[in-house]
Write a protein that binds this ligand. Structure first.
Ligand SMILES: [Zn+2]
Length: 279
């Protein structure tokens, strides 16, 4: 047992809620959600979301979204996941990702006239959320020890359904932490660039959103993905570092970025408040 692990166990026991806190530093937790379970949660959540909102298939736009998305996913650190890129029949401007690979953009996002570079920027940002298992971490934080244990050991369908509910809620309603956003911007900009697109697509997408949104009409992307001036400035810095470099650029975060992200992670007000939905 590693020293880190002992500390994690001790902290968890002291907290009285063993391993409930989803301390992701304890990567080897026996209650870690494995990739197969992650995929299962994501596939079921995808079926729920598609049933609720409807999907647009068989169009030139549907092919465009899938083609750009697959090119980016192939450059991620998890190329073997069952990635899918689809259009939700929703007029609001948004993009969402689910555990293990399903990613969606809305009809409204495409109707806003996004360029291929902007679409690549958005899709790569969502691929980065999956690459970093952000929604898996949210599921671990939200579930009780008993439910998580039932999920991990496949003991109850109720536990799986709870995880699916959390994944859907996290995808469509809850604001991400600034930490998760910074991480996904950093990695996403590099993934889009490595897939052959200009690095600045995500930044021009942010600027487009700011133009089309008034105080009453903020697109839902801006509710789930707080787009602050800080965030845009930071993304512009990454674009400046990446653009013009020989492809592929390394995807992993720089030491300096890890430090920056750790610093914002201590700002508790940005933590997403995941709640369990009623059964
Ligand atoms: Zn995001």
């Amino acid at each position: 047992m590693s020293r880190l692990w002992k500390w994690c166990m001790l902290l968890a026991i002291m907290a009285g809620v063993p391993l409930l806190l989803g301390i992701d530093g304890c990567g080897a937790s026996p209650l870690g959600i494995d990739e197969q379970t992650e995929i299962q949660i994501g596939q079921q959540a995808a079926a729920d979301i598609e049933q609720q909102y409807g999907v647009i298939t068989g169009t030139a736009q549907a092919q465009r979204v899938n083609r750009i998305g697959q090119a980016i996913a192939a450059r991620s650190e998890r190329p073997g996941l069952p990635w899918s890129f689809r259009i939700l029949n929703v007029s609001d401007v948004n993009a969402v990702s689910l555990p293990g690979g399903p990613i969606y953009v809305t009809r409204g996002l495409l109707e806003a006239g996004v360029s291929d570079a902007e679409l690549a920027g958005v899709l790569a940002h969502e691929v980065a959320h999956v690459n970093q298992r952000h929604s898996v971490a949210a599921i671990r934080r939200a579930m009780t020890y008993d439910l998580l244990s039932d999920l991990v050991f496949g003991r109850s369908s109720a536990a799986l359904q709870t995880a699916v509910n959390v994944a859907v809620q996290y995808a469509v309603q809850l604001p991400r932490s600034r930490e998760a956003e910074y991480e996904s911007d950093s990695i996403g900009i590099r993934l889009a660039y490595n897939a052959g697109y200009p690095a600045g697509g995500l930044v021009t997408f942010f600027q487009r959103l700011q133009q089309i949104s008034g105080p009453q009409t903020a697109p839902s992307w801006m509710r789930t993905h707080p787009t602050t001036a800080d965030r845009i400035a930071r993304a512009q810095q990454i674009v400046a570092q990446v653009q013009g470099q020989p492809r592929p650029v390394p995807v992993a975060l720089l030491q300096r970025e890890v430090k920056e992200i750790k610093a914002v992670a201590t700002e508790k007000s940005y933590e997403p408040q995941v709640r369990l939905l009623p059964e």
